[in-house]
Design a protein around this ligand. Structure first.
Ligand SMILES: Nc1nc2c(ncn2[C@@H]2O[C@H](COP(=O)(O)OP(=O)(O)OP(=O)(O)O)[C@@H](O)[C@H]2O)c(=O)[nH]1
Ligand SMILES: [Mg+2]
Length: 568
């Protein structure tokens, strides 16, 4: 067993090799040339990016969140209801990034300069005539996934909600999921402001829930928590997330507290901003600090000698570094309550608290890797058919050719045995014998060619076949574990999930439940014990395939760990 069975990158490289080599092998033989066309889709399929849609109530910060994830201000944000169309954020370079594409409902699509986008904001006539808008940016993340910004649910602008729900429900259609077409993920943005009770968040979620979404493709974020009017809003939202995680466990993969403006500030604001904010947070007088953070006007106008940053400097600060007031206030309070005086430390702390790194990680490891596998597996399984047909044709051809080759000596000796012929007839018989000898050489060449094609086909597809079987078993195992009433305790089930690549297909993710066991030997020992403990399920016939696969995965992991050099 080799490393190829774990890492997605290696699997993708194998698939790429397969997609490149097999059509060439098929095209190289007259008998199979027609089948190579059936494989052209392969390379495209591996390349297609994922679609990630962001949905939620109006003004909950969907567009701001997308800008944080993409790393650029592509989606339009605003204090009033803003996004009026389905907006796709896609990868592009050069001229296209200065434009946007309008896909009209009733006329051909067109590219327009970016400065005209305001005509599509809010309740506009143009928005109603538009199917969707596409924006392009040269952002690394967009190479992997495109993002869809949606108009707010419960929108006062008619039609918005229907547009979003219908569109996304169609994308998540179970049947297309089977085909591996729907590699989409949905981020539900739920408000986490002070007046949102758990009950109202639950209601909000059920209102915006897209039919067909499930933990396999959905995640919830509690957004705008920075505006909770408490000293420790993060602790409050964290507790809320923990409660909702239990309520939502059947619906989304996780519930993560997020504040996009905090991340945008951490990523884009110069250190001057962070130094100034931490300086302001260290004011001696508690009362002055409370006045300073009481409202945005006071923040820039309060003129007291004890404040270590002048009124002019504060005015310049808010102009230069635009951030929602609630976010700025939260940063100031956070720095003060935790006694953070270093701008750099504050910035790192806020980046972490923004929840975006956790969200990115969740998107990547939970659904991208799993969806990527499903997508890849579906591409591979579609490639079997032409390959198998080619193998059958080549084998038949080989059989027929070999038979013909065997028959030739019989004819030749029959010819040689003919007696009592004239010399002219002898010449003819000799010509026939020569002709048969040439035929034999041609047939042998033909046989050789078919054998070479068969051998290359076999060599090229055997790795991918094994890979396919292993990953297919991962997916089947995960699906079984997703079912209700699986006869396995939760701890064992979650360990099997990890083994099957639930947290990511690479080795580290697969052994994540055991890494606490210390060094490599500790992990190996615990894995071995886990393998033995699975024996207790052996009388559950419905689990037999799953147990067998768990066993195989453990063996492969042990082989791989043992092959690794010991850490010093
Ligand atoms: N305090 C705070 N403000 C936020 C946050 N996210 C967004 N905002 C602000 O909320 C307002 C609305 O943000 P958008 O991103 O436009 O919201 P949206 O959900 O896309 O709105 P629609 O497109 O109208 O549905 C803007 O003024 C943002 O600056 C957040 O996490 N915290
Ligand atoms: Mg918006």
């Amino acid at each position: 067993m080799s490393l190829d069975y774990f890492s997605f990158d290696k699997a993708a490289a194998e698939l790429e090799r397969f997609a490149r080599d097999v059509p060439a092998i098929l095209a190289g033989h007259a008998l199979t040339a027609d089948l190579s066309a059936g494989l052209e889709f392969l390379s495209d399929r591996v390349e297609t990016p994922f679609a990630v849609a962001v949905v939620g109530q109006m003004r909950v910060g969907k567009s701001t969140l997308l800008n944080a994830l993409v790393g650029q201000d592509l989606a339009i944000t605003g204090v009033n209801e803003t996004t009026a169309t389905l907006n796709w954020l896609k990868y592009g370079q050069g001229d296209v990034t200065t434009k946007f594409k309008v896909v009209w409902k009733n006329k051909p699509e067109e590219f327009l300069p970016k400065n005209r986008i305001n005509e599509w904001v809010g309740d506009s006539v143009l928005a109603r005539q538009t199917r969707c808008i596409e924006f392009f940016a040269d952002a690394e993340v967009l190479k992997k996934a495109y993002f869809i910004d949606t108009p707010g649910m419960r929108s006062v602008i008619a039609d918005h909600e229907d547009v979003t729900t219908e569109f996304l429900a169609a994308k998540l259609d179970r049947n297309s999921h089977q085909q591996g077409d729907s590699a989409d993920a949905i981020i539900y943005v739920l408000p986490a402001t002070a007046r949102e009770t758990d009950q109202s968040t639950l209601e909000d979620f059920s209102n915006s829930r897209i039919p067909g979404s499930s933990p396999v493709n959905s995640i919830a974020v509690l957004h705008k928590w920075d505006s909770i009017e408490e000293l420790y809003p993060f602790d409050i939202v964290n507790e809320k997330a923990a409660r909702l995680r239990a309520d939502f466990s059947e619906l989304v993969s996780d519930v993560i507290p997020v504040s996009a403006p905090l991340y945008i500030a951490a990523e884009r604001f110069a250190i001057h901003f962070w130094d100034t904010v931490s300086l302001l947070a260290s004011i001696d007088e508690d009362e002055s600090f409370c006045d300073l953070v009481s409202d945005p006007e006071e923040f820039v106008e309060l003129d007291e000698a004890s404040i270590p940053v002048t009124v002019e400097d504060r005015q310049r600060l808010v102009q230069e570094f635009p951030i929602p007031w609630a976010s700025l206030r939260m940063i100031l309070r956070h720095a003060r309550s935790r006694g953070i005086i270093s701008g750099e430390e504050l910035r790192n702390e806020i980046r972490h608290r923004s929840g975006i790194p956790a969200l990115n990680n969740e998107i990547e490891t939970r659904f991208f890797s799993r969806r990527r596998l499903i997508k890849m597996m579906s591409a591979i399984s579609r490639a079997w058919e032409p390959c198998n047909s080619a193998v059958v044709r080549l084998r038949n051809e080989k059989k027929i050719t070999a038979r013909k080759i065997d028959e030739i000596p019989v004819y030749t000796s029959t010819l040689a045995g003919i007696s009592g012929v004239t010399s002219a007839q002898r010449d003819i018989l000799e010509n026939i014998s020569d002709f048969l000898a040439d035929q034999k050489t041609d047939l042998q060449e033909q046989l050789e060619k078919s054998s070479v094609s068969l051998a290359s086909l076999d060599a090229t597809s055997s790795v991918i076949k094994e890979l396919h079987a292993a990953m297919d078993n991962d997916i089947r195992g995960l699906e079984l574990l997703d079912e209700e009433n699986v006869p396995m305790n939760e701890k064992d089930a979650s360990r099997c999930r990890a083994l099957f690549g639930f947290h990511g297909p690479d080795l580290d993710s697969r052994i994540s439940p055991w890494v606490d066991s210390g060094d490599r030997d500790g992990v190996c020992l615990d894995l071995e014990m886990f393998r033995r403990s699975l024996i207790s399920y052996r009388n559950r016939s419905e689990l037999s395939a799953l147990l067998k696969h768990a066993e195989t995965r453990i063996e492969q992991i042990l082989d791989m760990l043992e092959a690794q050099p010991e850490q010093p």
